[in-house]
Design a protein around this ligand. Structure first.
Ligand code: SF4
Length: 207
């Protein structure tokens, strides 16, 4: 990865420095009147919404997406913006060079997890993150505490991981997963797979 670029290329890729997503982010944020530009940019992957039809990044496309993302490293550095990761990034698809750049540039710990992020919707239904919004949607009034909600969805997620370790076949026996360094990508991929095969798995993973 190249860290020093000639000034005229500093905003590349994108050439003139006006058309890249990073530059647009800076212009939009500054243009909105925010005085202190946040120096953290949280990057998320478009996940499938289980049981629905939507555009998302397929597991096989992850290396290309990451390569494109890291092509903006010089811009991140020039604009002093630190990238952060939302959940579902697959650790094994980052190269050592990419991981090294992240560590050197941000000094941060990166989480390649997939957590039970509890959302309470306006109609008082509870979901465990947006891509799983159709999966075991329950009423808030069925629970006595947030701990109960976390325990309920945590157990469901654990069962899905028993049936399918992650978004790649290798996830099933992956030592990164065993050592809790990577969760194996977004669960919604697994849920969609379950719906397209014979129903031979434990009952709770269906919806
Ligand atoms: S758990 Fe799956 S996605 Fe994560 S590093 Fe292992 S093989 Fe890759």
């Amino acid at each position: 990865m190249q860290h020093q670029r000639p000034r005229e290329n500093a905003d590349a890729p994108g050439g003139d420095g006006k058309s890249s997503p990073i530059s647009r982010y800076v212009r939009i944020t500054c243009g909105s009147g925010i005085q202190h530009l946040p120096n953290q940019l949280r990057l998320g992957i478009a996940h499938p919404i289980a049981g629905r039809r939507n555009a998302y990044i397929a597991p096989v496309a992850m290396p290309a997406v990451l390569s494109r993302m890291f092509s903006f490293a010089p811009q991140f550095e020039r604009l002093r913006i630190r990238p952060g990761f939302d959940c579902g990034f697959p650790l094994c698809k980052l190269t050592d060079e990419q991981l090294g750049w992240l560590y050197r540039y941000t000094g941060s710990h990166y989480d390649f997890g997939c957590a039970t992020v509890i959302d309470i919707c306006p109609d008082m239904s509870v979901i465990s993150c947006f891509p799983l919004s159709a999966f075991h949607r329950r009423s808030l009034f069925e629970f006595n505490s947030l701990e109960e909600i976390h325990a309920y969805y945590g157990e469901l997620h654990r069962r899905i991981r028993i049936e399918m370790g992650g978004i790649y076949e290798e996830c099933d026996n992956c030592r990164f997963r065993e050592e809790h360094l990577c969760a194996g990508g977004c669960l919604a991929h697994s849920l969609n797979t379950f719906r397209t095969e014979h129903p031979v798995r434990m009952e709770e993973v269906y919806f």
